[in-house]
Write a protein that binds this ligand. Structure first.
Ligand code: ADP
Ligand code: MG
Length: 886
C-alpha cells in the first residue's frame, strides 16, 4: 500500500503536512518507518531507460545486411540441394549473432556496473540524526537536509530555509534561481511558482535548509515527464560514428570489388553458382561490420577499468576525448596539494608568530581575537569521540579550528557563548565570509577571507596602541606583508571583526583588521611525477586557483608546473572578458601556467582562449559555480570527495580520490583505448584485404585453385574474433605517454595506416599464394595441378599467417619481444585458442567435408608453417627498416 501524500503539499502548512505523513520536522522519520515505506513505495528511481530486453538485443544481431547476404547464400545452397553448405551457412549466421550479442551484452554489463558505482547520496534526518543514505532509499516523509551544491533527490516541501535558492531550469525552464520559503501557497499555484517546494532533478545554488519529501521516483514531477518521453537511445560517440561511416564506405568498396571478382570468375569459366557463393562469402568476410561494436566494447571496458581505479567516466565519448586532451587546467587546493591545512604564521600589528619555529607561541594570550575569528567565523566541526577527532567541513576551516582550540577556551564553549545569528557564506566569487553574533551589548561581526579582500574592507586596524585608521599606505604595507609570506608558498587569509550596537545589513563592511593567518598545505608527493609525465606526453598543465598569486606561483614551481623563469601568475583581477581580449593577450594567457584569484566565471574565458587555440581542454571544478566551466571544457573533471553534487552531475569525469594523478592515469587509459581500437581496425582490415586480394588474384589470373565460400567464412570467424578481442584490451604501449596528444582532426586510419594495411595484405597474399606454388613445384612436382591440395595449402597458410600477423599490431619504437602485444598473455591465449579451434575442427569429419579439407603430408605442413613465418618475417623487416609506420 503506497504512502498517501496529502494533496497539494504546497498549500498545506508544513506542520500539518508533516503530521499527515507521520513524520517530524525536527527528528525526521524513524528508521523502521522509513524501511516500511520503502517496501511499500519502492525505490526512488526514474525508470526512464527501461533495460533493453535481451531478446531485442539478440534480434538486433540479425538485422544487419551481412545476415541478409548470408541468408541469400544459404537459400541458394538449399536451392541447389547443397545441404551441407546450406546448414553450414546457417551455423555461421548463428555464431555471428552469438558473438555480436556477447559483445553488446558485455558492453551493457559494464555500463550497468558503472551506473551502480556512481550512486548519489542524500542527507536525511532519521531518528533525529543526520545520516547519508543512497538517494534511491529515500521515501515520502523523509526529512531532507539540502545545501548549496546538492542535487535535489526527490520532490519535497520546505520545512525551514536559510537563504535557500534552487536552480530549477531543468524542470521549469526558468533560468534564474528561485528563492525558497516555507509559507503555504494558494492551491492553484503553478509548478514554477511553488516556492515552498523543491523538485527532483533541480539543484541548490545557495543557502541550506530542511524539506519533507512529498514524492519519490516516478511519482515526482520529473518522473511524470520521464514517463511521457520514450527512453532515449544511447547516443553514439564521435568515434563510433566515425567507424560507422568508415565501415559504410568500406561496404561499397568491398561490394564493388566483389562484383569485379564475380565477373572475372565468370569470364574465366567458373560455375556461376559457385562464384556467386564465393562472392557473397567474400563480401561477408571483407565487410568489417563488427568495428563499431568492438569500439563500444573497448570503450565500455575501459570505463569499467578506470572506475576500479577511482575514476568515474560518465560518457563513452569522454573516454575518447580524454586521449586527445592537450591542456589540463587544474585547481590547486586538494588536487595538487594534500588539503591538510595547518596554521603556521600569525601576523598582527602587535606581534608576529612563527608557529613552525616556536610551537609554544600558539598559547600567546594576545591572540584572543584571531582565535574568535577562527572559531566563530567557521562552519567546520571537530567531533571528539574519545581519543579520535572526527573532522567535518572544509579543510581550511578544520585547520583553523585545530589551531584555535585550547583546553581552557574550547570550541563548544565559545560557540555557546556567542551564538551565530546570521552568515554570509564564503564563495569563490566574494572570497570572504562573515558571521553575525550576539554580543553583551549589540552585535559582533567576525570575518575572514582572502587577505586583500579583508584588507580592502577594513577601515581601521588593531594595534597595541589602540585602533588606527586604515589608510592607503597601511593597506599597501599589509598587502606586502601578505605577499611576502605567500611567496614562500604559504596560504594567507585575513581576519577581521566589528562591533555594532545595531544589526548591520551587510556584514563584511567597515571591519577592524585583526591580522593575517598563514597556513601550509603541502603538495601531494606523487603529483610532481604525474606532471612530468604530462609534459613528456605533450600535455600542458595549468594551475587555476582562487588563492594568492604568490602562493600559487610558489607551489606551481615546487611541482614543476611553472618554470623557474616565470615571475608572475596571471591575476584574476587583471583578466578581461574573452570578447575584449586582443590576440597578444590571448597568447599571453595561452603561454601562462598559473592563474590566481580566478573566479569561476573567469574559468570560462580561459577555456574559450585555449579552445580558440585548438586545445582540447580538461578543467577541474568542485563548486556550484564551476558547473558552466565544467560543461564548456572538453573534459569536465569533478572531485568526488570535495566536489558538490552539481559539479559531479555536469562533469564528464569524477575523481573519487580528488587527485591530480588520477587525471593523468585517465588520460593514459584514454590514449591506450584509442590506440587499441586503431590496432583492431588495422588488423581486421589487413586480414580482410588479404582475403580479397587472394581471391581476386586467383580468379583474375585464372589460377588452378581458389578459396571456397565456407572456408572464407570460417577464416573470418577464426581470425577476426578472438585476436581482435584480445587486441582491444592489450596494455598500453610503454611509450604512449611520450608521444604528443592526438589531434582531434586525426582520423582513426590515416595515410600512413592505409599504407601499412596495404603492405601487410600484399605480403600475406603473395606469400600465401607463393606457398601453393612452392608445394606444387617441390613436394608434388607433377605436371597436373591438384586443386584440392592447393586449396588446402592456401587455406591453412592464410589462417596461420593471419594469426601470426596479430604480433605485428604494436606501436613503433620497441623491440619485437618487448612490445605490448608480444607481452600480452591475452594475445597468446587468443592465438592458441584460435589454432586449437582449427585443429579441433580438422578432427571432426563433417566439418572436414563441409570445409573440403583433406589430410596434408608432413612436408606440406612444413610449407604452411614456413610460409606463415615468412610473411611475419617480411613484415618484421618492413617495420624494422621503418618502411612501415603504425
Ligand atoms: P582555492 O581553493 O583554489 O584556493 P577558493 O576560491 O576556494 O580557491 O579560495 C580563494 C581564497 O579565499 C583562498 O586563497 C583563501 O584566501 C580564501 N578562502 C578559502 N576558503 C575560505 C573560507 N572557508 N573562509 C574564508 N576564506 C577562504
Ligand atoms: Mg577552496
Amino acid at each position: 500500500m503506497p504512502t498517501t501524500t496529502p494533496n497539494a503539499p504546497h498549500a498545506t502548512p508544513i506542520a500539518e503536512f508533516a503530521t499527515a505523513l507521520g513524520t517530524d520536522v525536527q527528528a525526521g522519520l524513524t528508521a523502521a518507518a522509513a524501511g516500511e515505506k520503502l517496501t511499500a513505495d519502492g525505490p526512488n528511481t526514474i525508470e526512464q531507460e527501461r533495460k533493453r530486453s535481451i531478446w531485442l538485443m539478440l534480434w538486433a544481431q540479425f538485422k544487419s545486411p551481412i545476415v541478409l547476404l548470408l541468408v541469400v547464400a544459404a537459400g541458394l545452397s538449399f536451392g541447389f540441394k547443397e545441404w551441407l553448405d546450406g546448414i553450414a551457412i546457417l551455423v555461421v549466421i548463428a555464431i555471428n549473432a552469438a558473438i555480436g550479442f556477447y559483445m553488446e551484452f558485455q558492453a551493457e554489463l559494464s555500463m550497468n556496473a558503472l551506473k551502480r558505482m556512481s550512486a548519489v547520496p542524500a542527507k536525511v534526518v532519521r531518528d533525529g540524526k543526520v545520516v547519508e543514505i543512497d538517494a534511491t532509499q529515500l521515501v515520502a516523509g523523509d526529512l531532507l537536509f539540502l545545501e548549496a551544491g546538492d542535487m535535489v533527490p526527490a520532490d519535497a516541501r520546505i520545512a525551514d530555509a536559510a537563504q535557500l535558492q534552487a536552480d530549477e531550469s531543468a524542470l521549469t525552464g526558468e533560468s534564474l534561481p528561485a528563492d525558497k520559503l516555507t509559507d503555504p501557497l494558494p492551491e492553484t499555484t503553478v509548478l514554477a511558482e511553488r516556492v515552498n517546494m523543491v523538485h527532483k532533478g533541480t539543484f541548490i545554488t545557495k543557502g541550506n535548509g530542511h524539506a519533507v519529501v512529498t514524492a519519490t521516483g516516478m511519482r515526482t514531477e520529473l518522473g511524470k515527464i520521464a514517463g511521457m518521453v520514450s527512453a532515449a537511445e544511447r547516443a553514439a560517440t564521435p568515434l563510433e560514428k566515425k567507424l560507422e561511416a568508415f565501415s559504410r564506405k568500406l561496404i561499397w568498396l568491398t561490394l564493388g570489388l566483389v562484383v569485379l571478382i564475380f565477373i572475372a570468375g565468370l569470364l574465366n569459366g567458373q560455375q556461376w553458382f559457385e562464384m556467386l557463393e564465393t562472392s557473397i562469402a567474400l563480401a561477408v568476410a571483407a565487410i568489417p561490420e563488427g568495428l563499431p561494436i568492438v569500439a563500444t566494447m573497448a570503450l565500455a571496458q575501459g570505463m569499467l577499468r578506470m572506475a576500479r581505479q577511482q575514476v568515474i567516466v560518465k560518457r563513452l565519448s569522454a573516454v575518447e576525448t580524454l586521449g586527445g586532451t592537450s591542456v589540463i587546467c587544474t585547481d590547486k587546493t586538494g588536487t595538487l596539494t594534500q588539503n591538510r591545512i595547518e596554521v603556521t604564521n600569525i601576523v598582527t600589528a602587535g606581534y608576529t608568530l612563527d608557529l613552525q619555529a616556536d610551537a609554544a607561541a600558539k598559547n600567546d594570550p594576545r591572540m584572543a581575537v584571531i582565535r574568535q575569528v577562527a572559531i566563530l567565523c567557521n562552519t567546520a566541526e571537530l567531533h571528539k569521540e574519545g581519543e579520535a577527532v572526527k573532522e567535518i567541513g572544509d579543510p581550511l576551516e578544520v585547520g583553523l579550528l585545530k589551531f584555535a582550540d585550547s583546553p581552557d577556551a574550547g570550541i563548544e564553549a565559545m560557540r555557546a557563548a556567542s551564538p551565530k545569528l546570521r552568515e554570509e557564506p564564503f564563495s569563490s566569487e566574494t572570497k570572504i565570509m562573515a558571521t553575525l553574533h550576539a554580543a553583551q551589548q549589540g552585535f559582533t561581526v567576525y570575518a575572514k577571507g582572502a587577505a586583500e579582500e579583508v584588507i580592502k574592507r577594513s577601515t581601521t586596524i588593531d594595534t597595541p596602541e589602540g585602533a588606527v585608521a586604515m589608510d592607503e599606505a597601511l593597506r599597501s604595507t599589509w598587502t606586502a606583508k601578505a605577499e611576502e609570506l605567500a611567496a614562500q608558498g604559504i596560504r594567507m587569509i585575513g581576519a577581521a571583526y566589528r562591533t555594532t550596537p545595531t544589526e548591520p545589513a551587510a556584514l563584511a563592511e567597515e571591519l577592524v583588521f585583526a591580522g593575517l593567518i598563514g597556513m601550509v598545505d603541502p603538495p601531494r608527493e606523487e603529483v610532481k611525477a604525474a606532471i612530468a609525465e604530462c609534459h613528456s606526453a605533450g600535455i600542458n598543465v595549468v594551475m587555476v586557483t582562487g588563492d594568492h598569486p604568490s602562493t600559487a606561483l610558489n607551489i606551481a614551481k615546487q611541482l614543476g608546473i611553472a618554470t623557474d623563469e616565470e615571475t608572475a601568475a596571471i591575476n584574476g583581477s587583471e583578466m578581461a572578458a574573452f570578447d575584449s581580449l586582443d590576440e597578444a593577450e590571448k597568447d599571453r594567457w595561452a603561454a601562462s601556467h598559473v592563474f590566481a584569484r580566478v573566479s569561476p566565471g573567469q574559468k570560462l574565458d580561459l577555456i574559450a582562449v585555449l579552445q580558440d587555440r585548438q586545445q582540447v581542454v580538461g578543467m577541474t571544478g568542485d563548486g556550484v559555480n564551476d558547473a558552466p566551466a565544467l560543461k564548456k571544457s572538453d573534459i569536465g573533471i569533478a572531485m568526488g570527495l570535495r566536489g558538490t553534487q552539481v559539479a559531479q552531475d555536469v562533469a564528464d569525469m569524477v575523481l573519487k580520490d580528488d587527485s591530480f594523478t588520477s587525471i593523468v592515469y585517465a588520460i593514459r587509459e584514454g590514449r591506450i583505448i584509442f590506440d587499441n581500437i586503431r590496432k583492431v581496425v588495422i588488423y581486421l582490415l589487413s586480414c580482410n584485404l588479404s582475403e580479397l586480394l587472394i581471391i581476386a588474384t586467383a580468379s583474375v589470373l585464372g589460377l588452378h585453385f581458389q578459396l571456397f565460400a565456407l572456408q572464407i567464412l570460417f577464416i573470418n570467424l577464426v581470425t577476426d574474433v578472438l585476436p581482435a578481442l584480445a587486441l582491444g584490451v592489450v596494455a598500453g604501449n610503454p611509450n604512449i605517454m611520450k608521444l604528443p596528444p592526438r589531434s582531434n582532426a586525426e582520423s582513426i586510419i590515416d595515410r600512413k595506416h592505409w599504407i601499412a594495411i596495404g603492405f601487410y595484405s600484399v605480403v600475406i597474399s603473395i606469400v600465401t599464394i607463393g606457398a601453393v606454388f612452392v608445394s606444387h613445384n617441390t613436394v608434388h612436382r607433377s605436371e597436373t595441378w591438384n586443386p584440392e591440395l592447393c586449396n588446402n595449402i592456401l587455406f591453412f597458410t592464410l589462417i596461420f599467417s593471419q594469426l601470426l600477423h596479430v604480433l605485428n599490431m604494436h606501436a613503433s619504437g620497441t623491440a619485437f619481444f618487448r612490445t605490448e602485444v608480444f607481452r600480452s598473455p591475452r594475445i597468446w591465449i587468443a592465438m592458441l585458442a584460435s589454432a586449437l579451434i582449427v585443429v579441433g575442427l580438422y578432427a571432426i569429419p563433417v566439418v572436414r567435408t563441409a570445409l573440403s579439407i583433406h589430410p596434408l603430408s608432413m612436408l606440406d605442413w612444413v610449407i604452411v608453417a614456413g610460409a606463415a613465418l615468412t610473411s611475419l618475417l617480411i613484415i618484421r623487416i618492413g617495420r624494422s627498416l621503418k618502411l612501415i609506420h603504425q
